[in-house]
Structure formats: structure tokens, C-alpha cells
Design a protein around this ligand. Structure first.
Ligand SMILES: [Zn+2]
Length: 116
């Protein structure tokens, strides 16, 4: 396998033309919401799993798999292993996750190592 192919497999899965399913949010006045493809541009670490309609943080999930997350004590399991699908609050949660200690550690240990 060439390094180029290897690098391609290390990219998050971002199917931009996928027909994202809708989920219902809110009990009194349900609103149907789906994942937005534009979020891929804003948060390039989003890794979408089509079979479950959830996203993971690509870097955090990879860091967890490699057992490299040691500093963070309140790991954001939704983005790391369980799968996040709260599209209603997605933009807020994505910003929160991106500024979390876990995410910073993952980027430092996984992304930086890949580049250099
Ligand atoms: Zn992360």
C-alpha cells in the first residue's frame, strides 16, 4: 500500500451529497432536523457514520483507539465512542467539543504525529 492510499484512509468520512435522515426534536412542538453537510466545512474533524446517522470526532476517536487520551478527565463520549446526533444543538456542541481538553490532546497526539 502506498503512503498516499494510507493517508486517504486517515481522513474523516464526509459524504457531502448524502441524503441525511431527519430526526424529531422537542416534545411539545417537534421539529425535524437532519445533519447539515455545511458542518463538514466548518468542522473538518466530523466523521459521519451513515449506518447510524451519528457523528464522531475523527481525531478523538482515533486517539482513543490508540489509547493516547490521558489528560482529559471528562471525556466527551458522544463524540469519542457513542456517536453524537443532537442536531438541534449541534453547532454549540461542536464548538464546545473543539475547545475541550480531550480534543486538543487528540489533535496534538494524533494529527501532529501524522503530519510530521
Ligand atoms: Zn475531538
Amino acid at each position: 500500500m502506498t503512503l498516499w492510499l494510507l493517508a486517504m484512509e486517515l481522513q474523516p468520512h464526509q459524504p457531502k451529497s448524502f441524503d441525511f435522515p431527519k430526526r424529531s426534536f422537542g416534545k411539545k412542538v417537534p421539529v425535524m432536523r437532519s445533519f447539515q453537510a455545511s458542518w463538514f466545512d466548518r468542522w473538518p474533524w466530523l466523521h459521519y457514520i451513515e449506518s447510524r446517522d451519528v457523528v464522531l470526532c475523527f481525531h478523538c476517536a482515533e486517539a482513543k483507539k490508540q489509547k493516547k487520551l490521558n489528560w482529559c478527565n471528562n471525556a466527551d463520549e458522544a463524540f469519542i465512542s457513542k456517536g453524537f446526533y443532537n442536531w438541534k444543538d449541534a453547532t454549540v456542541k461542536h464548538v464546545q467539543h473543539e475547545s475541550s481538553n480531550c480534543h486538543k490532546e487528540a489533535v496534538l497526539k494524533v494529527v501532529t504525529v501524522q503530519i510530521y
